[in-house]
Ligand binder design. Structure first.
Ligand SMILES: C[S@@+](CC[C@H](N)C(=O)[O-])C[C@H]1O[C@@H](n2cnc3c(N)ncnc32)[C@H](O)[C@@H]1O
Length: 412
């Protein structure tokens, strides 16, 4: 039953060379630091090579919405899903189709800074992340932003605010996961001794300037008028796809490497989500959820590695992970007319290296899908796997660095 990786279908590449693009942070791709997002070159290349004119592209684990931005640039209709509500917030920027005058945004920014009301997120733990004075000042800014009438200006100021609210918290900015580090605490204490109020204003202002620059870059690429459906806060394990799509292009979670909702908790609370909502969403995140439906995984590699993982807890996570990802992709694949392109890499579960793409390949070829190609790219930089501060949530050990990332292409 085992499908051995066929060397002639494996191509060692650098996506940065395959698709020439100004930078990984260019335009809206660089708007916000979402954990483990695609580099744009992968998505742009995948769409250019594997989607024909008129093809609809679907990403059921869309995160930052990279696939949606790329579809706008290349002129394809698309549908995006993610459990994380950040997706719809961030994706709103794609609908801005003309330059927003800097003057107007800066004028509103000045008004916002005179605000009197205060908005404090509905979260018992919020004081753990801020000293009282910062929280109050941020609360005033947030309150005033909410009252703005111009939708685009409001959107820009809100994102600038989220960045500032992160910077002025005890959360370590260098780590994607929400994490209170010694370094971040020292930063806050130093700010407190300084003229922090004017520094906060300056920070907000420079975030606004950065966002306007990103928008400018995006608009200079002449995004096309296409249809995009975005569903954020949805559970891909349970959600039905109501129409056929041509291409499924996605990057599912990498086993247990990240907790996406937790990483964006501060932002979600400042956006107005309640403690109950955030807790419900994190309970449904792969692979930390309890209610996973059993599916039969038709991959010998999967079963061999299951036996090789010694720790009970890691085994359980491994099993739940594949039940969730294989289960949802298999169900959704029934509505995919042409191809599935899945971007994942080998990860470690303890000391066992898990080639996620090969497991998916074995399973789907068993179901009749044809292996078109596997592109293997050397990982150049990936903040999520770089830092010593970041322990794997399941193993409580440092994440082993991934060396390669793979784009698996299969077709009917
Ligand atoms: C590797 S990230 C995708 C990143 C994306 N390709 C990008 O460019 O930003 C995996 C995504 O799966 C989402 N996810 C995890 N469990 C989910 C679930 N049950 N339903 C929907 N999305 C889920 C996470 O929120 C995360 O955004």
């Amino acid at each position: 039953m085992r499908v051995l990786v066929r060397e002639h279908l494996t191509e060692y590449v650098s996506f940065r060379d395959l698709y020439v693009y100004p930078s990984t942070n260019y335009g809206l791709f660089g708007l916000y630091r979402y954990p483990a997002k695609f580099i744009p070159q992968v998505v742009l290349y995948a769409i250019r090579e594997y989607a024909q004119s008129g093809d609809v592209v679907f990403d059921p684990f869309a995160g930052n919405g990279t696939v949606g931005i790329a579809c706008r640039l290349l002129g394809h209709d698309y549908e995006l899903w993610d459990i994380n509500p950040m997706l719809s917030f961030l994706h709103n920027f794609c609908h801005i189709n003309s330059a927003v005058p800097t003057k107007e945004v800066i004028k509103s920014l000045e008004e916002v800074q005179k605000s009197r009301g205060v908005y404090i997120p509905h979260w018992d733990n919020i004081t753990y992340w801020y000293p009282e004075s910062f929280l109050e000042e941020l609360g005033r800014l947030r309150y005033a932003i909410e009252k703005l009438e111009n939708y685009q200006v409001k959107l820009i100021l809100l994102l600038a605010f989220l960045k500032t609210a992160k910077y002025f918290s005890y959360a370590d900015e260098k780590v994607h996961k929400l994490y209170r580090s010694k370094k971040a605490k020292e930063k806050v204490e130093k700010l407190l001794k300084d003229n922090w109020r004017s520094f906060m204003r300056e920070n907000l202002r420079s975030n606004v300037v950065y966002i306007l620059e990103k928008l400018q870059e995006y608009l200079s690429e002449k995004p096309k008028e296409v249809q995009g459906v975005v569903m954020a806060g949805v559970d891909t394990l349970r959600q039905e796809l109501h129409k056929d799509v041509d291409i499924l292009l996605t990057s599912p979670p990498y086993l247990q490497a990240q907790e996406y909702i937790r990483s964006t908790k501060l932002e979600l609370f400042w956006l107005g989500h309640t403690q109950e909502q955030v807790s419900q969403l994190s309970k449904r995140e792969i692979p930390y959820r309890k209610d996973v439906l059993e599916v039969s995984i038709e991959s010998e590699t999967y079963h061999v590695l299951y036996e090789a993982i010694r720790e009970e807890k890691l085994r359980e996570v491994y099993k739940k992970y594949f039940m969730s990802v294989v289960g949802s992709l298999q169900r959704l694949s029934e509505k995919v007319r042409k191809r599935m392109l899945i971007f994942v890499g080998p990860v470690y579960s303890g000391d066992v290296k898990v080639p996620i793409d090969n497991i998916l390949l074995e399973h789907f070829t068993y179901l009749g899908w044809k292996h078109v190609r596997t592109y293997v790219d050397k990982v150049k930089s990936r903040v999520m796997f770089n830092t010593k501060d970041f322990l794997n949530p399941a193993s409580k050990r440092e994440n082993k660095r991934m060396e390669t990332e793979h784009l698996l292409v299969i077709e009917r």
